[in-house]
Design a protein around this ligand. Structure first.
Ligand SMILES: Nc1nc2c(ncn2[C@@H]2O[C@H](COP(=O)(O)OP(=O)(O)OP(=O)(O)O)[C@@H](O)[C@H]2O)c(=O)[nH]1
Ligand SMILES: [Mg+2]
Length: 238
């Protein structure tokens, strides 16, 4: 994330904490939130170092519920596992549905069930990584819990963060959720195969993403037809 975006994100979070807290504990709330995030960031930095030392490429996939995170990871894993050793960590409130779907494409999978938590944090990832021999993997994908808000509180220490939304969520979904677009390297607008049927203004979604984060790379895809999946992979460095 650029320094300017980092400042904006911190500012929004501060305002958010200020709005939530009553006067008498406002400062305490802000300081506690900052301390939690600092701990998370330090752990994320350790995770990142660990990935780097083992030459593992790592990606954190965030996005709306049902936008197609697992569907895209299925098709990407299918293409990559012929050449690379892939580990996919899936975050969901409950079930191992997503891990089972991806496992069919020859990737090793681990499902984390977060219970009531609406995002994965660095501690979750650390707990997995510390028990793994990273020499056995070339790529780690992390599918975050489907949510366009909570994952902005926690970075996970990956090389790149990819945000996935789909055109079924309407053309306003990008502008209404700026935080994760600011923090991401690639924005994917999925389910492009439904464009004609839904009449969603995809150009607006693309230009909103670029307005929010001029450095973000934006791509439209269809996990269903495979459209632009290879292009997305090339943006990811494959
Ligand atoms: N038409 C169409 N359907 C898609 C596409 N991608 C995913 N879907 C469908 O959308 C539904 C949700 O897809 P998932 O891959 O489970 O979405 P997700 O983002 O992983 O969802 P959560 O993990 O629950 O947040 C499934 O029925 C998919 O088959 C696409 O590109 N086009
Ligand atoms: Mg999923």
């Amino acid at each position: 994330m650029s320094e300017k975006n980092q400042k904006t994100v911190s500012r929004i979070k501060e305002v958010e904490s200020t709005n939530l807290a009553p006067d008498n504990i406002r400062n305490e709330v802000i300081e506690t939130k900052k301390a939690v995030e600092k701990d998370n960031d330090l752990l994320a930095e350790r995770i990142h170092q660990n990935f780097k030392e083992h030459n593992v490429k790592s990606f954190d996939i965030v996005g709306a519920i049902g936008a197609g995170k697992t569907a895209l990871l299925e098709t990407i894993s299918q293409r990559l596992t012929t050449k690379y050793r892939v580990l996919v960590i899936c975050g969901d409130i409950t079930t191992r549905v997503d891990a089972d779907r991806i496992e069919k494409h020859n990737a090793e999978t681990i499902q984390i069930n977060t219970g009531r938590e609406c995002a994965l944090n660095a501690y979750h990832i650390h707990q997995i990584i510390k028990n793994k021999d990273l020499n056995k993997y070339d790529i780690v994908f992390i599918e975050n819990v489907g949510n366009l808000i909570c994952p902005s509180d926690f970075i996970l220490g990956t090389d790149q963060r990819i945000i996935i939304v789909s055109i079924t969520e309407g053309e306003w979904v990008v502008e209404k959720h700026p935080m994760l677009f600011k923090m991401s390297d690639i924005a994917v607008i999925n389910k492009i195969d439904l464009k004609e049927r839904l009449g969603t203004n995809v150009d607006k979604m693309i230009s909103d993403a670029k307005k929010i984060n001029p450095n973000i790379k934006v791509i439209t895809t269809s996990a269903k037809t495979g459209e632009n999946v290879e292009k997305l992979m090339s943006l990811m460095g494959f």
